[in-house]
Write a protein of this length. Structure first.
Lengths: 772, 85
C-alpha cells in the first residue's frame, strides 16, 4: 500500500470537516423534528403553531440549502458517512413535512367538532344570560370555562388518536385511545357526586335551619314556628312576588310584627313581602316598615289595610318633601303613646306624623303639646304669664279646641302660629323663652328647631320640595301619581337592590327545590338513629366471639388456677411426651452416629493397614461426608419427632394441644441447639457438672468436687481415665510418603495429656494394631 | 363570602359539581361527533398516506442513525443518538 500523499491527507481532512458540518446541521434538524413532534400534543392550537411549524420548516429548508451547498462541496469526495448523513437529513425533512400535514389534517378534522361544541356552549350561555341573574347562573354552572375545558378534551383525544395512529396501532385501537382520552377530561366519581349532592341538600336544609334558629332566638318563637316563618319567607322570595325584598327582609318584617304584637300568623309571607318592599322602596328598610305596620295593625286595621296605609303614608311624606324615614320612625316609636288621640284612626295618625315632620317635631312632642293644652288651668295661667312677660298677645283657645278633638297636629300648628317666627323667638330673652316653652308644652330646643324648620320649609316651592327626592319628577307629576306608582318608580331607581332581590329569588328557588330532599335526608339520618343503635348491637354481636374468647381465656386461667394440680398433671404428661420423643430422636441419631463411627474406624484401620497416607486422607474425607449424612439423618429424626409431637398434642382438648405442641417443638429445637458439640472436654473439679446420657437414660449431676473428662474410651470406670488411643491426626501431607512403621515409631514414645493432666504414659501401638 | 370554613368548602364542592355536570353534559352530547370525526380522519386516504409516509421516513431515519451509531468519530455517534430519539 502506497503512502498517502499530502494532497490525499488534505482531501481527507476536508472531507471530515464537511462531514462534521453536515452532522451539525442534521443534529439541528433533529431538534426541529423533536419540536414539531411536541406540537402534536396541542392539535387544536395548531392554528397558533402553524407559524411555529412554518418557521421550523423554513429552518429545515435553509438547512437543506446549506446541505446542498455542502453536498456540492463534498460531491467529488463523497464518503459513505456523508451519504448516510445526507440520506438521514432527507428522511428527516420528509418526516417533518408529513408530520406537519398530519397535524393540520387532524386539526381540521377535530375543529369541526370543537366549533360545534363552542357554538352550543355559546347559545346555552346566551340563553341563560337572558334570565335575571343569568350571568351569575352561567358562572355557577361553569359555562364561562366550558368551551376551554371541552377544547382541552378534544386536544387530548386528538393527541391520543394521532399518537396511536403514528404507532401503527390501527383505526379501532386508535379510536379507543382517542375516546379514552376524551372521556378522561371529567371523570366524576359517582360516589363523590352522591356525597356532594347529599352535602348540598344538607347545606340547603342547614341554611333554613340556621335562619330558623336565629328567628327563634330573636323572637322567642319555637323552632318549628320559626322554621315555618323562614320557609314562608323563602317561598315568597322564590315566587318573585317582590321587587326588592330578600328572605332576610321578609323575616325582619315578621320579627317586628311578632315583637310589637306578640303573636305570630297575623301577617302572611306575601303581606310581609309587600310591607318589606314598601320599606325598601321608600328607603326606610324592612324592619321599620314592619314596626309601622305593627303600629297600624295595633290600631285595629287589617294587615292589608295597614300595608296600604303605610304605602300612602310614605307616598304623602315624599310628596310633602319631608323625610319618609323620619315620619315612619316617628310612627314606629310613638304610635303607641299617642294612640289615645287617634282612636284607631290611621289616617289621622298618618296626617299627624307628616305634619309633625313638616314642623320639625315628633308625634310625641305634639302629644305633649296637646296634653299641656288640655291641662286648662295650668295652660291658661302660663299663657297669661307669658303675655305679661313678653307683652305679646297670644291666644291658644283654638289650639285647646283642636287638642280636645284629638287633632294634635292642628293643635301644635295653632300654637306655633301664635308663637310667630324664629326671628320673634330669637328676640326673646331666656326667661321669656322658658315661659314660652312652659306655655306651649314644648322644650326650648324643640321650639327652636321647629321654628327654624318652619322658616326653611316655608321658603321652598312645591317643586323644590319634590326635587329633594331626586326622582326627576315635578311636584305636579308626583301629585298625580298613586302611592303604588310612586313605590314602583322608587324601586326602579334601586337597581342594585333589585339585582340582590333577583339573586335572592334564585337562591330561594334553589333552596326550595332542594329543601324537601334535604329534609328527607335529615329524616333519613333521624330514622337511621335507631338503625345505628342496631348496628351498634350488631357490632357488639360481631365482636362477641372475641369477647367470649377473652372471657373463655379468663375462665380457663381461672380454671387452671383452681385446678393447679390437674394442670400440673397435664403439663407433666406433656413434658414426659416431649422427653420421650426427644429421647427417641437423640437415640436414633446416636445409633446412626455409632454405626457411622464404627465404619469410620474400620476405614481408618484399613487405611492404616495399607499404610497409604493419601488413601487415609481420602477416606477421612469420606468419613466427613458420612458424618454429615448422619447429621442429616438426625435432622430427619428430629422432624419426625416434631410430627409426632403435633400428633400427640393434637389429642389434648380445649384447643390448647396445638399451642403446646408448638411450644414443645420449639423446646426440642432449643435443646438440640443447646447441645454444643465439643469433641473432647475437660471440666475442672468443684463445678458439680451435669451430664445427660441418652444410652443410660437420665440426667446426672456430679458432686461439687467432681471434674469431668470427655474423650474416647473414657467412662469405663468412674475412678479411672480411659486408655490412650491413636487419633487420626497425621500432620503430614500425602506426598511425604510416610509409612505405617514411621507412624508407629512417631507415636510410640509419647504421653497423652488432656487439660494439663496425663491420661496415658505410652500408646500401646501393638495392642491397638491388633484390635478391630 | 362565608366566614365559615365548612360552608366555604361546601360552596367549592357545589361549584365543582356544577362545572363537572355542565362539562359532562356537553361531553355526552358531543361524544358521537368526536367519535365520528376520528373515524372520518382515520379513513381519510390523505391522512392514512401521510401517516404511512411519515412512518416510513421515521423508520428510515432510525435505520440510518443505527448505522451512524458505530462511527469512530464521537460527534457522529452523538448525532446518531439524536436521530434515534
Amino acid at each position: 500500500m502506497s503512502k498517502p500523499t499530502k494532497a490525499d491527507i488534505k482531501i481527507q481532512q476536508q472531507l471530515v470537516a464537511e462531514q462534521r458540518k453536515l452532522a451539525d446541521m442534521v443534529g439541528s434538524m433533529s431538534d426541529t423534528y423533536q419540536l414539531q413532534k411536541s406540537y402534536v400534543k396541542e392539535i387544536l392550537n395548531a392554528s397558533d403553531q402553524t407559524l411555529a411549524n412554518y418557521t421550523a420548516e423554513k429552518k429545515v429548508l435553509d438547512q437543506i440549502k446549506k446541505l446542498k451547498e455542502a453536498d456540492a462541496k463534498v460531491s467529488e469526495k463523497l464518503s459513505e458517512t456523508s451519504q448516510q448523513i445526507l440520506a438521514a437529513s432527507e428522511s428527516q425533512i420528509k418526516a417533518l413535512k408529513q408530520q406537519n400535514k398530519l397535524i393540520q389534517n387532524t386539526k381540521k378534522g377535530f375543529a369541526v367538532v370543537n366549533d360545534a361544541a363552542k357554538d352550543l356552549v355559546g347559545k346555552a350561555d346566551a340563553f341563560i344570560k337572558k334570565f335575571p341573574g343569568g350571568a351569575y347562573l352561567s358562572k355557577l354552572m361553569g359555562l364561562d370555562k366550558l368551551a376551554d375545558q371541552f377544547e382541552n378534551g378534544i386536544n387530548a383525544a386528538a393527541e391520543a388518536f394521532l399518537t396511536s395512529m403514528l404507532q401503527g396501532k390501527g383505526l379501532t385501537a386508535s379510536l379507543g385511545a382517542g375516546m379514552q382520552a376524551f372521556n378522561a377530561i371529567v371523570k366524576m366519581n359517582p360516589m363523590a357526586l352522591i356525597a356532594a349532592a347529599a352535602i348540598g341538600l344538607i347545606a340547603a336544609f342547614k341554611s333554613i335551619s340556621k335562619e330558623a334558629q336565629k328567628v327563634s332566638a330573636d323572637t322567642g318563637l319555637t323552632y318549628t314556628q320559626s322554621k315555618l316563618l323562614v320557609k314562608e319567607a323563602n317561598k315568597q322570595v322564590a315566587a318573585f312576588g317582590n321587587q326588592l325584598s330578600t328572605q332576610s327582609d321578609i323575616i325582619a318584617v315578621q320579627k317586628e310584627q311578632i315583637a310589637q304584637l306578640g303573636v305570630i300568623g297575623k301577617l302572611s309571607g306575601e303581606q310581609a313581602g309587600a310591607v318589606s318592599d314598601i320599606g325598601k322602596a321608600f328607603g326606610y328598610g324592612a324592619a321599620q316598615a314592619g314596626k309601622v305596620n305593627a303600629a297600624f295593625m295595633a290600631m285595629g286595621v287589617s294587615a292589608d289595610n295597614a300595608a296600604n296605609a303605610q304605602r300612602d303614608l310614605a307616598a304623602e311624606a315624599l310628596k310633602s318633601g319631608v323625610n319618609v324615614a323620619t315620619v315612619t320612625k316617628d310612627i314606629a316609636d310613638n304610635a303607641g303613646t299617642t294612640a289615645k288621640f287617634f282612636g284607631g284612626n290611621v289616617k289621622a295618625l298618618k296626617k299627624a306624623a307628616i305634619e309633625a315632620a313638616k314642623m320639625g317635631v315628633s308625634l310625641a312632642t305634639m302629644a305633649k303639646v296637646s296634653e299641656s293644652l288640655l291641662d286648662f288651668e295650668s295652660s291658661i295661667s302660663s299663657q297669661f304669664e307669658l303675655q305679661a312677660l313678653t307683652g305679646k298677645q297670644m291666644n291658644f283657645d283654638l289650639a285647646r279646641q283642636l287638642a280636645l278633638e284629638g287633632d294634635i297636629a292642628g293643635a301644635t300648628k295653632a300654637v306655633m302660629d301664635q308663637v310667630g317666627s324664629i326671628h320673634d323667638f330669637n328676640k326673646m330673652d331666656v326667661l321669656e323663652r322658658k315661659k314660652l316653652a312652659q306655655a306651649t308644652g314644648m322644650d326650648v330646643d324643640e321650639l327652636q328647631k321647629s321654628l327654624t324648620i318652619k322658616s326653611k320649609m316655608g321658603d321652598l316651592t312645591s317643586d323644590e320640595l319634590a326635587s329633594m327626592n331626586a326622582l326627576g319628577l315635578s311636584a305636579a307629576e308626583m301629585e298625580n301619581m298613586s302611592a303604588k306608582d310612586l313605590q314602583n318608580k322608587l324601586a326602579q331607581q334601586q337597581s342594585s337592590e333589585k339585582t340582590a332581590a333577583a339573586f335572592a329569588a334564585m337562591k330561594a328557588q334553589l333552596v326550595n327545590a332542594l329543601m324537601p330532599a334535604g329534609q328527607a335526608l335529615m329524616s333519613v339520618f333521624a330514622a337511621l338513629s335507631p338503625l345505628l343503635k342496631v348496628i351498634g348491637v350488631g357490632l357488639k354481636v360481631a365482636f362477641m366471639p372475641i369477647t367470649l374468647a377473652g372471657k373463655a381465656m379468663g375462665a380457663l386461667i381461672g380454671f387452671m388456677e383452681k385446678f393447679k394440680g390437674i394442670t400440673a398433671g397435664v403439663l407433666t404428661l406433656t413434658t414426659l411426651i416431649i422427653a420421650k420423643k426427644k429421647e427417641e430422636a437423640i437415640m436414633s441419631a446416636v445409633e446412626i452416629g455409632k454405626a457411622t463411627a464404627l465404619n469410620a474406624l474400620k476405614t481408618i484401620r484399613v487405611a492404616l493397614e495399607n499404610a497409604s497416607l493419601g488413601a487415609i486422607i481420602r477416606q477421612g474425607a469420606a468419613t466427613a461426608v458420612n458424618l454429615a449424612k448422619t447429621a442429616l439423618e438426625g435432622a430427619m429424626v428430629l422432624g419426625k419427632a416434631i410430627a409426632g409431637l403435633f400428633g400427640s398434642f393434637a389429642q389434648i382438648p380445649f384447643g390448647i394441644g396445638i399451642p403446646l405442641a408448638i411450644a414443645a417443638a420449639g423446646g426440642l429445637f432449643a435443646m438440640f441447639k443447646k447441645a454444643t458439640s465439643v469433641g473432647d472436654l475437660g471440666i475442672d473439679p468443684n463445678g458439680g457438672p451435669i451430664v445427660s446420657s441418652p444410652t443410660v437414660g437420665g440426667i446426672f449431676q456430679g458432686d461439687k468436687r467432681d471434674g469431668l473428662s470427655m474423650g474416647p474410651s473414657m467412662g469405663t470406670s468412674p475412678s479411672a481415665g480411659g486408655a490412650g488411643v491413636v487419633n487420626n491426626y497425621y500432620g503430614e501431607k500425602d506426598d511425604k510418603g510416610v509409612t505405617m512403621q514411621q507412624v508407629i515409631d512417631a507415636i510410640s514414645n509419647i504421653s497423652i495429656n488432656m487439660d494439663g493432666k496425663e491420661l496415658s504414659a505410652t500408646i500401646r501401638t501393638a495392642d491397638s494394631f491388633r484390635r478391630g | 363570602m362565608s366566614k365559615n370554613n365548612i360552608e366555604k368548602q361546601l360552596l367549592e364542592e357545589i361549584n365543582r359539581i356544577d362545572e363537572g355536570l355542565a362539562l359532562g353534559l356537553l361531553k355526552w352530547i358531543m361524544k358521537p361527533a368526536v367519535k365520528k370525526a376520528m373515524k372520518k380522519l382515520g379513513k381519510d386516504p390523505e391522512f392514512k398516506a401521510a401517516i404511512e409516509d411519515h412512518n416510513y421516513h421515521a423508520q428510515r431515519l432510525k435505520d440510518l442513525s443505527k448505522k451512524l451509531a458505530d462511527h469512530p468519530d464521537p460527534k457522529f455517534r452523538e448525532l446518531a443518538k439524536k436521530l434515534a430519539r
